[in-house]
Design a protein around this ligand. Structure first.
Ligand SMILES: [Zn+2]
Length: 189
């Protein structure tokens, strides 16, 4: 039986076993020790020991019951994040799509739409975040900043690592336009 992993909201891998979730505690001599994800909250002693993706030991969860619904919700949210990072659908559409596939018994345990939206928008922003400002001249302009939003070439010249690092941004249309102008006005910064 292969092990089932679930991603937490913070993108941490969790191991699901017998309806319980476990977080990785340590690795020692090829053995991975997973402890109950609620070990702190419930002072639970539940543990799973794994060697080569096989469970070699299971220590019972002593003071709480398994929560299958909570795990299904976690799986759904994790699936949702995956889809929204690949999909061009709007956040709202993605949530609608996923929610419709969920058994209605789980609906009550699902985070509300606003919370989900915020989670997903945060993820998207992280992916679209601009790179930090370079602190020397040795940098490469990322692919997504070389073309206009229409996909037309915008970065026409990049001197690369030669100093001074010169970048010329323009479109062919602007060049054609300038070619037919009688006067050019320049400004230096
Ligand atoms: Zn436990």
């Amino acid at each position: 039986m292969s092990l089932v992993y679930v991603n937490s909201e913070k993108n941490k891998r969790m191991l699901e076993y017998k309806g319980f979730l476990h977080t990785q505690e340590k690795i020692y001599n090829e053995k991975v020790y997973w402890k109950c994800s609620e070990s702190k909250k419930n002072k639970c002693k539940g543990r799973v020991h794994v060697v080569n993706e096989n469970i070699v030991k299971f220590i019972k969860h002593n003071n709480h019951v398994p929560n299958a619904s909570k795990i299904e919700v976690k799986k759904a949210v994790s699936h949702l994040k995956e889809i929204s990072s690949q999909s061009t659908l709007s956040t709202h559409a993605v949530i609608g799509e996923i929610s419709s596939q969920l058994p209605s018994a789980l609906a009550a345990d699902m985070p509300n739409v606003q919370t989900l939206k915020r989670t997903i928008q945060r993820l998207c922003q992280r992916e679209e975040a601009s790179p930090p400002n370079p602190n020397n001249f040795d940098f490469i302009i990322p692919e997504q900043y070389r073309n206009t939003s229409d996909g037309e070439l915008f970065l026409h010249y990049d001197s690369g690592i030669n100093l001074p690092h010169i970048l010329i941004y323009t479109t062919q249309k602007n060049l054609d336009f300038m070619e037919n102008c009688e006067h050019w006005f320049c400004d230096g910064t």
